[in-house]
Ligand binder design. Structure first.
Ligand SMILES: *[C@@H]1O[C@H](CO)[C@@H](O)[C@H](O)[C@H]1NC(C)=O
Ligand SMILES: *[C@@H]1O[C@H](CO)[C@@H](O)[C@H](O)[C@H]1NC(C)=O
Length: 222
């Protein structure tokens, strides 16, 4: 009797667990790309983004894969535009940037990160199209390629001059840096350096009055 009770109790618990897991199972079955979570791989990026002509935009991306990376993973990021098999506009291994985007693309990503950001500066009307992130990995099972199927559809709007002012300042600062360094890949570190100098300056500005006050109080005490 006691055994029967505990059994039915156990079954009930199992039924609950099944019920709790049902929505997740349905969700996974509904997601065609991820129907088999163990073998899932892909690239995530926003479906739609909108930018202002003359401004800049950030396309975040992240990727996931089931394979174990090789000792030298040789991770590479590429970007295509217009459609899934469209022309390459960016190649992280050669630092190639399509002529149309000269001095206007910055990829913030370093191996072995599985996410990053592509920035497009000084947006043009012709930039309104799809952008597809492609990832190449050296795994223990050989080279593997992943690419976003839907990509990001970028819409360019015509803004008012006041909203365009701050992005154009950033743009000019970065393009000058880009002129000195054709690889373009080093640009993020230059930007980071700028940010670091800013932080150091801000810290100095904050600390100086405190030091002055402390010296003043110390002198007063004596
Ligand atoms: C993206 O935009 C298209 C058309 O502009 C629209 O049909 C679609 O629903 C949008 N997708 C998302 C996820 O917002
Ligand atoms: C990217 O650049 C590397 C090195 O120059 C080259 O071997 C490779 O074919 C390029 N890939 C694409 C997709 O353009």
């Amino acid at each position: 009797m006691a055994l029967l009770l505990s059994l039915s109790g156990g079954n009930q618990a199992m039924a609950w667990i099944l019920l709790l897991h049902l929505p997740t199972a349905c969700l996974q079955a509904g997601n065609s790309a991820g129907s088999n979570r163990l073998n899932a791989f892909g690239v995530n990026q926003p479906a739609n983004l909108s930018g202002v002509q003359g401004g800049s935009i950030e396309i975040p991306f992240s990727f996931y894969f089931p394979w174990e990376l090789a000792e030298d993973p040789q991770m590479r990021i590429f970007w295509r535009w217009k459609h899934f098999h469209g022309e390459f506009i960016y190649n992280s291994s050669s630092g190639f940037i399509h002529e149309h985007f000269k001095n206007r693309l910055i990829l913030t990503w370093t191996q072995p990160q599985t996410s990053g950001v592509l920035r497009i500066l000084d947006l043009k009307e012709k930039d309104q199209t799809g952008y597809f992130c492609r990832v190449l990995l050296n795994t223990r099972e050989g080279m593997k390629g992943l690419q976003s199927i839907a990509g990001t559809q970028l819409t360019i709007t015509h803004g008012i001059s006041t909203t365009m002012q701050s992005p154009s300042i950033i743009t000019s600062a970065v393009t000058t840096a880009g002129l000195e360094d054709t690889e373009g890949q080093r640009n993020p570190s230059l930007v980071n350096l700028g940010a670091m100098v800013g932080v150091v300056l801000a810290t100095a500005v904050l600390i100086t009055p405190i030091c002055v006050l402390m010296i003043f109080l110390w002198r007063k005490k004596r």
